[in-house]
Design a protein around this ligand. Structure first.
Ligand code: SF4
Length: 226
């Protein structure tokens, strides 16, 4: 992906110098067609689809849907539940008081938010902050699955009760999947409590701490040779 970005910048530079065409082999043209189309159009298309989405009733009460934020080259993804009112206002995940808590949680495992691409399982705020209805989750799930398809994370940390509903049709209890590294297709996902839930239920703090330590171990196993 970096190489593609560099090639694009170089073309812009050539264009500014007044070059409007260049000699290229058939192989190179094919490479550009395949890769520039994939890296730009597909993610841009998903982003635009989310920005204009009216697939479920949540579009009526949101200020804006949230695509996500962070390092799109990263192989680490963080999936949160659904936007709260601050996130809805600012248009990005983990803003306001929760920002500092996330920072501390990630710092405890020697990571930072910039190491992740951060997004939500459901892209729009819910009325009064209620959990999204199953129909709303099902309407929205395609966006997260497409983000995963194109960003290709290897390791995902998922907060809250909504993300499991995207990945499991049989609706397992949260306690049966929490803290267990689960392999799905090409990635491993670890579910834990959302920091907001942890703040309201201090008894789960220790469990979240243990889950974060597991996540760190997985991170080291997966990325130690890369
Ligand atoms: S929650 Fe998802 S499906 Fe519903 S309107 Fe927002 S982006 Fe569309």
């Amino acid at each position: 992906m970096n190489l593609i970005e560099e090639i694009k910048k170089y073309f812009v530079y050539l264009n500014e110098l007044g070059f409007y065409s260049f000699p290229a082999t058939e192989k190179f043209k094919k490479f550009l067609q395949n890769n520039i189309h994939l890296s730009e159009n597909t993610l841009e298309k998903i982003k635009n689809a989310i920005a204009n989405c009216e697939k479920c009733p949540l579009h009526r009460t949101r200020k804006q849907p949230i695509w996500g934020e962070g390092n799109q080259e990263s192989k680490l993804m963080l999936i949160s539940d659904y936007p709260n009112k601050d996130e809805d206002f600012y248009g990005k995940p983990f803003v306001g008081s929760i920002e500092e808590i996330l920072k501390k949680m990630l710092l405890s495992i020697k990571l930072k938010r910039e190491d992740f691409f951060i997004t939500h399982a459901v892209k729009c705020k819910t009325p009064g902050g209620r959990p999204p209805e199953l129909e709303e989750i099902l309407a929205c799930k395609t966006y997260l699955l497409k983000q995963i398809k194109f960003l290709k994370p290897k390791l995902i940390l998922a907060f809250g009760f909504t993300p499991p509903k995207i990945f499991f049709e049989h609706n397992p209890t949260f306690s049966s999947i929490r803290g267990q590294p689960i392999k799905i297709k090409d990635f491993i996902i670890l579910f834990t409590y959302h920091p907001n839930y942890m703040l309201k239920n201090p008894a789960v703090k220790r469990l979240v701490w243990e889950d974060l330590q597991k996540f760190r171990k997985l991170y080291e196993q997966i990325f130690k040779n890369s």
